[in-house]
Design a protein around this ligand. Structure first.
Ligand SMILES: [Zn+2]
Length: 288
């Protein structure tokens, strides 16, 4: 199973933390029909548990200038009372995968969080002497300002846990390491953000490559391959479902039949491929 991809002058590493049958299929994709269940691709559904299979991972992008971490996954010692597989865990999976990519935490120059849900910010911080401190000692952390204001403001959905934000985002801001940017921000000629709102209010994707998008990192604008085939399939906590559907369709239309490597966060391994048309929707032709 490939975990490293090279395109032009950039190298991409998958940093996998977990992959498992995460949640009952229809709890996760509430509008999924019986006919669509039949079309789920092998590996995306665990028939035994009835759960949707998701990978939880980050990506590291090495450009000639920087090492960039796209999304910070689940993390260790974090508070997730409703997710036993994540709650206060202390495994070495993520750090071992980083090391396998030839990287140590001090090698990361930038961290970019596509949005501020708990499974995309965890490794932003680590517990040190009872305090949350930035995991990557030299990195600047890019968050969308609008996204940050939403999750720290008065309109957070009822029942949404503030633990991930308190443990994995606020300590970075307090340490003076956060840069609050717009979701169309360009870091330099190799790295640009692409506004992809809907799953959260100011979600962004990350585009990499000089002179064009050699690779794009989806964050959570999509979770499972069946949502490429049927972009209208919403995910349970999309903050704006109509906008999420529109974003998904526009995104796949933009990259369909191009050479751009599409790096998804939650598709089962290998997670990475090229966008092709499938019926009235799309599919990923995986890179193997
Ligand atoms: Zn996610």
């Amino acid at each position: 199973m490939p975990t490293t991809f090279a395109v032009q002058d950039i190298t991409i590493h998958r940093i996998v933390e977990q992959e498992y049958g995460f949640m009952a299929l229809r709890e996760f994709l509430p509008t999924l029909s019986d006919a669509q269940v039949e079309e789920l691709e092998e590996g995306a559904y665990d028939a035994k548990s009835g759960n949707i299979v998701l990978c939880f991972q980050s990506y590291v992008v090495k450009t000639p200038h920087h090492n960039i971490l796209v999304d910070a996954c689940i993390g260790n010692n974090k508070t997730f009372p409703r997710r036993p597989a994540w709650n206060a865990k202390t495994d070495g999976n993520w750090m071992a995968a980083l090391k396998a990519g030839g990287l140590a935490p001090e090698d990361i120059d930038f961290v970019m969080c596509t949005h501020l849900h708990g499974d995309h910010i965890g490794w932003n911080t680590k517990l040190e002497n009872g305090r949350w401190v930035p995991t990557f000692p030299k990195a600047r952390y890019l968050f969308s300002q609008k996204e940050y204001e939403y999750w720290t403001g008065p309109n957070v959905p009822a029942g949404f846990s503030m633990d991930p934000l308190n443990e994995s985002v606020l300590p970075v801001v307090e340490a003076g390491r956060a840069e609050l940017v717009t979701s169309d921000h360009a870091l330099n000629d190799h790295i640009r953000l692409l506004p992809t709102p809907g799953h959260t209010p100011d979600h962004f994707a990350v585009c990499a490559g000089k002179g064009g998008d050699q690779a794009v990192f989806t964050g959570d604008l999509i979770h499972s391959p069946i949502q490429a085939r049927y972009p209208e399939l919403v995910m349970r906590v999309d903050t704006d479902r109509d906008q999420a559907v529109q974003t998904r369709r526009r995104f796949f239309e933009r990259y369909c039949d191009t050479d751009t490597l599409c790096c998804t966060m939650h598709f089962p391994s290998p997670s990475v491929g090229h966008v092709k048309r499938w019926g009235e929707g799309f599919r990923l032709e995986y890179v193997s």
